[in-house]
Design a binder for this molecule. Structure first.
Ligand code: GLN
Length: 532
């Protein structure tokens, strides 16, 4: 039997307590102690993956190297650990049911009645254990989406119960709850935690460690009380106090001993102290910036900042490297379309036009590109943002009056952005875009090359449309050049305007690959240009 240890992170009381950050922080600490760790997210919804979800539902859709469309928590896992995740790191209820139903159709259950227990729970357990087996991880941390008590989460909690029984001390449950502060009585309240643990117990799961999210310090008395009511020892009551940046959480968890107590309970040795210097250096830079600048992020999902999670984090990483706090101003592209809308961009030292789908807000994005181009303001266009830059240049520099993307105007005379050949005839929505990592070769001397400092790179994609190569020569002559090409398909992956201070549009999503210890070169260069 494999020696992999499994940690299950569940949440109680409310959602959004930060299970993803706690999981990432613990994983990072274990990794810094020399363990081989990965994190998996189990999502209790019926969608096969979040690829077909509107960003307003669950925030950004994160894309892995192998082209899986996943929950945004996987972005945190990669940013904290610096290791790529895969499709296996994100499983939804939809995917579980799909596998079981496919097996049933093939007759694999030999006439048995197919049930939640054991068939669905077996499939859940298989998906959890597969990560440990295939990759020989020392520790697999599985974050269970939702909150204990949700109907949707029941099969997952039941699977945790079964695995704890099967694997004994090789398994651990960390339960994250909220200890609210009641201002009127000036007290922290433990009752919601007690109730939440009771609910877990009803499902047959005794938590081993409790992480209590709180806005005030927990007194010894509070810790004792929680320990007593919830059957955990006092060292297993961990405080998770609100902090100004998520990147401080690992340091706090180390102070609270979450890594040590987890290793002890799993029977793993507490070898050398974790090596955290690079992380602490990053934190110091982040918390003590020498300067500040304003940068605009123009998009249409700005009401929900999570829609652009990886971009906002990549900007934070790039700001820290540049010793600079970047105030990212989320600007609604539809507001730019209104009278005096461009005023919103005044004072911005850089303009980033976001990825997206559909026609709403497109003209505002195109106006933002024009403003950046004409005013020589550093510009970064990502995916749809790059496509808008191409459309804008076509209309206003090349004089193609109704230049557009076929996504928005099927009968345009100038389809400067066109549906990719491989996409023609695709009718199914889920998982059918150009997804995942593709190679890209950079043009020497370009801004992209100066950023990456090498010719060959690889970046992650999520799109159906591309620069229309029919127009390439015209664009080059007029001053917008391709500086990154996919060597296999000749697709234009990066465009630049060499005349401009710094104007770069990328068809891929550099934000997915920016991590704390390896900020993405495109973002670092963009911030650098904005600072000049
Ligand atoms: N809607 C565009 C396309 O499909 C851009 C997608 C994106 O920004 N991720 O090509």
């Amino acid at each position: 039997m494999s020696d992999t240890r499994y940690i299950f992170v569940t949440g109680g009381v409310t959602s959004s307590l930060g299970k993803g950050i706690i999981s990432s922080s613990l994983a990072m600490l274990l990794q810094a102690r020399g363990y081989h760790v990965t994190i998996q997210k189990l999502d209790p919804y019926i969608n096969i993956d979040p690829g077909t979800l509107n960003p307003y539902e669950h925030g950004e859709c994160y894309v892995t190297e192998d082209g899986a469309e996943t929950d945004l928590d996987l972005g945190h896992y990669e940013r904290f650990l610096g290791n790529p995740t895969t499709q296996a790191n994100n499983v939804t209820t939809g995917r579980i049911y799909q596998s079981v139903i496919n097996k049933e159709r093939k007759g694999d259950y030999h006439g048995k009645t197919v049930q939640i227990i054991p068939h669905i729970t077996d499939e859940i357990k298989r998906r959890i254990k597969i990560l440990g087996k295939a990759n020989k991880y020392d520790v697999v941390i599985t974050e269970i989406g939702g909150t204990v008590g949700d109907i949707e989460s029941l099969p997952y909690i039941e699977s945790v119960r079964q695995l704890k029984w099967e694997l004994g001390s090789k398994c651990l449950n960390i339960h994250l709850t909220l200890v609210p502060y009641l201002a009127a009585s000036g007290e922290l309240k433990t009752k919601p935690t007690q109730h939440s643990v009771k609910m877990l117990l009803e499902a047959g799961v005794q938590p081993d460690i409790l992480v209590l999210r709180t806005e005030k310090k927990l007194s010894l008395d509070i810790r004792k009380k929680v320990a007593l009511f919830c059957n955990v020892d006092i060292h297993s009551v961990i405080e998770s106090i609100d902090v100004s940046t998520i990147y401080e959480v690992p340091i706090l968890m180390k102070k609270e001993g979450l890594d040590v107590i987890s290793l002890k309970k799993l029977g793993l040795s507490i070898n050398e102290e974790p090596k955290l210097e690079p992380w602490i250096n990053f934190l110091n830079k982040l918390k003590n910036p020498a300067k500040q600048i304003d940068v605009a992020l123009v998009g249409k999902y700005v009401e929900l900042a999570d829609s652009y999670k990886s971009i906002t984090e990549a900007i934070i990483h790039a700001g820290a490297v540049n010793n600079c706090k970047v105030n990212l101003n989320l600007i609604h592209s539809e507001k730019i379309e209104k009278k005096n809308g461009l005023k919103l961009l005044e004072g911005m030292k850089g303009i980033l036009v976001a990825p997206g789908f559909g026609e709403r807000g497109i003209e505002g994005k195109i106006l933002a590109v024009k403003y950046a181009r004409e005013n020589n303001i550093p510009f970064l266009g990502i995916c749809l943002g790059m496509q808008c830059a191409v459309v804008e240049f076509g209309r206003n520099v090349l004089g193609y009056k109704d230049a557009n993307s076929n996504e928005f105007h099927l009968r345009t005379k100038f389809p400067v952005i066109d549906l990719m050949d491989e996409q023609k005839g695709v009718t199914e929505m889920g998982g059918t875009m150009r997804l995942g990592a593709y190679p890209c070769e950079l043009e020497k001397g370009s801004n992209a090359y100066k950023a990456y400092k090498k010719i060959k790179t690889s970046e992650r994609h999520r799109h159906r449309y591309e620069f229309n190569n029919k127009y390439l020569e015209k664009y080059k002559k007029a001053g917008m050049v391709p500086s990154g090409i996919n060597p296999d398909a000749d697709l234009v992956e990066i465009v630049e305007i060499p005349e401009h201070k710094w104007f770069v549009g990328v068809q891929f999503h550099p934000e997915y690959k920016s991590t704390v210890l390896k900020p993405h070169p495109i973002f670092v260069s963009f911030v650098e240009a904005a600072l000049k």
